[in-house]
Design a protein around this ligand. Structure first.
Ligand SMILES: Cc1cc2nc3c(=O)[nH]c(=O)nc-3n(C[C@H](O)[C@H](O)[C@H](O)COP(=O)(O)OP(=O)(O)OC[C@H]3O[C@@H](n4cnc5c(N)ncnc54)[C@H](O)[C@@H]3O)c2cc1C
Length: 407
């Protein structure tokens, strides 16, 4: 199938199937959806981005995105999703890719978090929990966070310390959760708690709710901007009905791990477009900016930088599509651990490289928060948030080989 052209036509500024390339993965449905998301970003996000980056974005944007058929597309229709008949995971890649085109600022980042915090409920939640949470979150009326990490346990999930002690028909929860994305928007929290003994076998998932006494959320300032609400959560004697248990007691670790593959795919898709944006901004700048009586692009060393960026981005896109295709083919999740881990590292390292090279190409303009280099300045500060959350590079590289060695 030949793809009609869409978007920017300078080579490599868009994925190959936007620029007349053939693809076995993307069809007319994806193309239609792509146009919807692009229009949303161009008309409703980009004009407001600078403001939202300073002040935070309006949470109503989730509802708007749902109304347009965007946010709901990744969820089954029985829970309020808006999936077309031919839905596959490539719709989700299109959504992540096009939203990331906004150019930094984790606008709608919360919808990504919703997609990470809901699967345990869809897989293992009781009918009561599903009714309470799914439709409202999917339609953008409410939000949910994934509260796993703690001050003393980020990578080392098996050693979380937050406890949930059973007292009659309630658990009493005490502990702290750190770096929880979207906490200030969160109505619900898919929370990892210790209900049993030490290690992975003592962990359960519990649904906490914002209005439960003892749940205190505060914002953490970050390296990047205000559209991303990263939070610290203090849990003090929070009484949670036993009916809020997601799945069975002490079986939470498996659900958390199961979730990670999808989370890493989604994060990689966002990082891939962020890297591409670095390239797009750079090549446009290099075609215009003159130094020593030549355009930047006429200096060979600048062309080398652009070529290396394009080479890595194109390889990353192929990697992304290939791993997504394994999801589409329902390859068991255990087999996807290594490929998803390597994909996410590939994505964050490519983004890091591209942000660095873009910054060099823009020179001083990439260091100020205004003018032609402001997108690069912003993206540069977001690199580490691609490399650490959702599995840091070291942990993921180790995981990909550890599985082979059965360690
Ligand atoms: C912006 C942001 C958003 C986040 N959002 C969420 C969220 O929504 N929900 C949530 O639950 N968590 C969230 N996190 C937490 C995130 O998942 C953790 O920060 C991450 O898993 C790393 O954990 P850590 O920071 O405790 O680092 P540590 O685990 O303390 O590790 C420190 C460093 O040592 C390395 N390291 C650790 N162990 C090993 C080892 N065995 N071998 C080699 N190297 C090792 C790590 O790679 C890392 O570089 C978020 C974090 C950030 C920064």
């Amino acid at each position: 199938m030949t793809s009609e052209r869409f978007g920017e036509q300078i080579p490599f500024c868009e994925p190959h199937w936007y620029q007349g390339g053939y693809s076995p993965y993307y069809n007319d449905g994806h193309k239609k959806f792509r146009a919807v998301v692009r229009k949303f970003v161009e008309d409703e996000i980009k004009p407001n981005l600078d403001k939202w980056i300073k002040e935070g974005y309006p949470v109503e944007l989730h509802k708007r995105s749902y109304e347009l058929g965007i946010q709901g597309i990744i969820y089954p229709n029985e829970h309020g999703g808006t999936q077309p008949k031919d839905y596959d995971i490539f719709y989700e890649l299109v959504m992540c890719d096009e939203l990331a085109r906004a150019g930094g600022g984790n606008v709608l980042g919360q919808s990504g978090i919703n997609s990470m915090a809901l699967p345990p409920i869809m897989i293992a939640g009781s009918a009561e929990i599903k009714k309470k949470v799914l439709r409202d979150v999917i339609s953008g009326e409410k939000n949910i966070c994934l509260a796993i990490s703690e001050p003393t346990a980020g990578s080392d999930v098996a050693n979380i310390r937050t406890t949930a002690v059973r007292q009659g028909d309630h658990y009493v929860v005490n502990g702290t959760k750190k770096w929880i994305t979207g906490g200030l928007f969160g109505d619900f929290f898919t929370t990892a708690v210790r209900t049993g003994g030490e290690g992975a076998g003592g962990i359960s998932l519990l649904l906490l709710e914002k209005n439960m006494p003892g749940v205190n959320v505060r914002k953490m300032e970050t390296q990047f901007d205000n559209s991303h609400n990263t939070t610290f959560i203090n849990l003090e004697d929070v009484r949670v009905p036993v009916s809020n248990l997601i799945g069975t007691e002490n079986a939470g670790f498996k659900l958390i791990m199961h979730n990670f593959n999808h989370e890493r795919l989604v994060l990689a898709a966002g990082a891939c477009r962020a890297a591409r944006l670095c390239y797009e901004q750079s090549i446009k700048y290099a075609l215009q900016r003159t130094t020593f009586n030549k355009r930047l692009i006429e200096h060979q060393i600048i062309r080398m930088k652009l070529a290396e960026m394009a080479r890595l981005i194109e390889a990353l896109q192929d990697n992304l599509d290939r791993v997504a295709f394994q999801f589409k083919c329902n390859i068991p999740q255990q087999k996807l651990g290594g490929p998803c881990a390597l994909l996410k590292v590939n994505a964050s390292k490519t983004f890091e490289f591209c942000a660095r090279e873009a910054s060099q190409i823009f020179g001083g303009n990439s260091i100020v928060k205004e003018g032609k280099g402001k997108v690069i300045e912003r993206l540069y500060r977001e690199v580490r948030s691609a490399a650490i959350p959702g599995g840091s590079e070291e942990i993921l590289l180790d995981l990909s080989i550890r599985q082979i060695a059965k360690l």
